[in-house]
Design a protein around this ligand. Structure first.
Ligand code: HEM
Length: 188
C-alpha cells in the first residue's frame, strides 16, 4: 500500500519546482520500501519459521537478510534523511544531480549484486548441506573453505566495487554541495 502511494506520488512529482528539489530524497525513501519488502520481509520471513531456524540459523541466509534489511532499509533511509537535511543546509540549485544519480543506482544495484550473486547462493548452498547432511557440517571449515563457498566469496567482488563507487560518489556529492554553497555565500 505504501508502495502504491509512493508510486502515485512519483507520477505527480516534478509538476512544481519545489518538488524537483525533493526528487533524490524521495528516490532514497522509495528504495527503503523495496528493501523493506525484499531484505526485511522476504529474507526475514525466509529465516524466521521454526523449521528454517532449526536448520539455517547463523548460515549465510542470515547474512543475506542482514545486508538487505540493515543497509537496504536503514542505510538508504539515513542517506535520504541526509539529503533532506542538506536541502536546508546547502543550495539545492548547486547540487550535482548526476553524481547523486550515480550514487543512488550504484548503491542499490551494488547491494543487490552482493546479496543475489554471493550471499544468497552461499546461504542456499549451506542450507542444502544442512538439510542433506547436518548443521555442523554446513558451518564447518571444510564447507566454508571449500571450492563452492570460495568461488561465491569471489563473486562478491563485482557487487562490492559497484557499491563502493556509489558510496564514494555520495561522499563527493556531499563535499561538493557544501563547498559550492559556502563559496557562493562568501562571494556575496
Ligand atoms: C528493517 C528491519 C530489519 C532489520 C534491520 C533486521 C536486521 C537483522 C540483522 C542485522 C540480523 C543478523 C543478526 C546477527 O547476525 O546476529 C537479523 C537476524 C534475524 N532477523 Fe532480522 N531484521 C529486520 C527485520 C526482520 C523481519 C521482518 C524478520 C522476520 C519476519 C526478521 C527475522 C530475523 C531472524 C529470524 C534473524 C536471526 C536469524 C539467525 O539467527 O540465523 N528480521 N536481522
Amino acid at each position: 500500500m505504501v508502495g502504491f502511494e509512493a508510486y502515485s506520488r512519483a507520477k505527480h512529482e516534478g509538476l512544481h519546482d519545489w518538488q524537483k528539489a525533493y526528487r533524490w530524497p524521495f528516490m532514497f525513501f522509495s528504495s527503503v520500501l523495496v528493501w523493506n519488502l525484499i531484505g526485511a520481509g522476504l529474507f526475514g520471513f525466509l529465516i524466521n519459521p521454526p523449521l528454517a531456524l532449526y536448520y539455517m540459523q547463523g548460515l549465510n541466509t542470515t547474512a543475506t537478510h542482514a545486508h538487505g534489511a540493515l543497509f537496504g532499509v536503514y542505510g538508504m533511509l539515513g542517506l535520504g534523511l541526509i539529503l533532506f537535511c542538506m536541502r536546508g543546509l546547502t543550495d539545492p540549485a548547486r547540487w550535482n544531480n548526476k553524481l547523486l544519480a550515480i550514487s543512488f543506482w550504484c548503491l542499490n544495484i551494488g547491494l543487490a549484486m552482493m546479496v543475489f550473486l554471493s550471499l544468497f547462493p552461499q546461504g542456499l548452498w549451506q542450507s542444502y548441506l544442512s538439510f542433506t547432511r547436518d548443521y555442523a557440517y554446513a558451518r564447518s571449515a571444510e564447507v566454508i573453505h571449500g571450492p563452492v563457498m570460495e568461488t561465491l566469496v569471489w563473486a562478491r567482488v563485482p557487487g562490492d566495487i559497484v557499491f563502493g563507487i556509489g558510496a564514494f560518489a555520495f561522499a563527493i556529492f556531499v563535499a561538493q554541495a557544501f563547498w559550492s554553497t559556502r563559496k557562493a555565500r562568501t562571494a556575496r
